[in-house]
Write a protein that binds this ligand. Structure first.
Ligand SMILES: [Fe+2]
Ligand SMILES: [Fe+2]
Ligand SMILES: [Fe+2]
Ligand SMILES: [Fe+2]
Length: 313
């Protein structure tokens, strides 16, 4: 097996994490563009598996001494119909399979190999799924082609479009921020880590609601996100997450007052309710980090930083 230096290994894992990030966004975008239905649900569940891959790879990168990866790799935005999007997704899986097979030829660490093999198994299954979805989408298109052409969606009100786009930008940032915070807190507190992962999935649902509304209104889902807050200690992470939820609930509240379309307004209002829940939940998690101590106990002033997470292999 050829020698792979630690720096090389980090670079390889970063490239893979960037591609997993791209897969999440590409698949979600396609799921929303397919509209409601069985196929959209199945694509969304594949996107969730890509989230898990992103999480696993990111954790390795930080363990090996790298920075949490937040860049997005190549995202294929081409294609105009369901079958074309599914072909693009099958092609993305082919690229991932080739990459991970190449990695296995260069990686010796048995634990990392086991994780890559697990991811590779998923990608092979996803490839088969997308090939099948392309056929299914083609059949669905043939079946519904004549009836659906006539109805053109009326233009979306600018205020609704602004709210939904702002919402997608926020939810995208929240997904990434909570995923990063989740793998950074894993060694410190599993409860906090798994809660952050679950809320990242919940934010993905919000992004789905808004993305579908935009697509139904004849608009595109934005592919950019608001800036991320990535401090290095868990307390600062949770404080940043609480602030984000608080500001977002307030912003959604302002949008709701001006929005016109009941459907669009409804999804923003539903998300607002859940952001308030997130704010409360993160507040409870923050208390876990700051236990109330009796005066007899020696105060611990240990500062927990990202450095302490790095486990040199
Ligand atoms: Fe993946
Ligand atoms: Fe995949
Ligand atoms: Fe959200
Ligand atoms: Fe939230």
């Amino acid at each position: 097996m050829p020698q792979t230096t630690q720096a090389n290994l980090i670079q390889m894992l970063e490239a893979a994490a960037h591609d997993e990030h791209a897969a999440i966004i590409q698949y979600l975008r396609h799921a929303y563009m397919m509209g409601e239905g069985e196929l959209a649900c199945e694509i969304e569940s594949i996107a969730r598996e890509e989230m898990r891959h992103f999480w696993i790879l990111s954790r390795w990168i930080v363990r090996l001494g790298g920075q949490p990866p937040t860049q997005r790799g190549f995202t294929d935005l081409s294609g105009a119909t369901g079958p074309e999007w599914m072909q693009r997704d099958a092609a993305a899986e082919e690229r991932a399979i080739a990459m991970y097979e190449g990695y296995l030829a260069r990686i010796a660490d048995p634990d990392l190999r086991a994780d890559i093999e697990f991811i590779l198994g998923d990608e092979r299954r996803h490839h088969g799924d997308f090939v099948h979805f392309a056929d299914k989408a083609a059949l669905e298109m043939q079946a519904e082609a004549p009836a659906e052409e006539a109805a053109e969606a009326p233009a979306m009100a600018p205020v609704d479009k602004d709210a939904l786009e702002w919402g997608v930008n926020h939810e995208y940032a929240a997904i990434l921020q909570y995923l990063v915070h989740s793998f950074l807190t894993m060694d410190k507190d599993e409860e906090i880590s798994s809660q952050l992962m679950m809320q990242a999935i919940n934010e993905m649902q919000h992004m789905g609601w808004f993305g579908e509304e935009l697509v139904e209104g004849g608009e595109e889902m934005p592919l950019t996100h608001h800036p991320l807050a990535l401090p290095t200690d868990p307390q600062a992470m949770l404080e940043a997450d609480i602030k984000l939820e608080n500001e977002t609930a307030a912003m959604y509240g302002q949008f709701i007052e001006k929005m016109v379309d009941p459907g669009a307004k409804g999804v923003i209002d539903d998300a607002r309710g859940q952001e308030l829940y997130h704010e409360n939940l993160f507040g409870r998690l923050l208390k876990r980090l700051k236990p109330v101590r009796s005066p007899s106990e020696a105060p611990t002033t240990k500062v927990w930083t990202v450095g302490t997470l790095k486990r040199k292999p």
